[in-house]
Design a protein around this ligand. Structure first.
Ligand SMILES: Cc1cc2nc3c(=O)[nH]c(=O)nc-3n(C[C@H](O)[C@H](O)[C@H](O)COP(=O)(O)O)c2cc1C
Length: 192
């Protein structure tokens, strides 16, 4: 009998709460690709919009608020993490940092997981947020794939997304697919 193909579970987080967010669009596209053409990858979009602003007073007798605990479990249950990280003022967004901080509290939910980061934004396509995120990952013990990198300049024609924030650019989709393949392969290597 042929050996079963391992399937990695990926928690995908978007740093934008906007309905027609381009970065959330990247995650939707990644989910589509994982179903159509990238084997062995199961992606869940983890909603961070309902998390309260970080305040350790909300932890009562060692118990996190229900929504925070559910979020932490989603990260813990994942084999790896896909961040779609928009750039605000040359860094990652407040909602994404808030989510990262909640799941970093002891026991750290991020530790020893593989990760990848993609972004859509201005001139550098959100690249500066990616490098700040990678720096945070050092302390969290997240292991980011180095290559390929994925930055998408959304303000340069032709349009890369439709009005609902769905990725429509074929070349970007191909590059996104390569990210998923690299994340899958690196996650499996880490688990050996
Ligand atoms: C407060 C704020 C700061 C921003 N700073 C930057 C920036 O430093 N670099 C950049 O490329 N884009 C910047 N932008 C533009 C966003 O990256 C752009 O609107 C992007 O589409 C946001 O991602 P989203 O479509 O997923 O919501 C900024 C937007 C806001 C609201």
């Amino acid at each position: 009998m042929a050996a079963a193909i391992p399937v990695i579970k990926v928690a995908a987080l978007s740093g934008s709460l906007r309905k027609a967010s381009f970065n959330s669009g990247l995650i939707r596209s990644a989910i589509g690709l994982s179903k159509e053409s990238v084997t062995g990858v199961q992606i869940e979009h983890v909603d961070i919009s309902q998390l309260p602003l970080l305040n350790t007073d909300l932890i009562v007798n060692g118990t996190y608020p229900t929504v925070v605990e559910a979020f932490r479990q989603q990260i813990l249950n994942a084999d790896s993490v896909l961040f779609a990280s928009p750039e605000n003022n040359y860094s990652l967004t407040a909602p994404l940092k808030n989510a990262i901080d909640w799941a970093s509290l002891a026991p750290n939910c991020w530790g020893d997981k593989a990760a990848a980061v993609v972004s859509a934004g201005g001139g550098f396509g959100g690249g500066r947020s990616q490098y700040h995120l990678r720096q945070i990952g050092v302390y969290l013990d997240l292991h980011f794939i180095n290559k390929p990198e994925f930055f998408l300049n959304v303000f340069q024609p032709p349009a890369k997304f439709d009005d609902d924030g769905n990725l429509i650019d074929a070349e970007a989709k191909q590059r996104l697919k390569e990210i998923l393949v690299a994340l899958r392969d690196f996650t499996l290597r880490l688990q050996k």
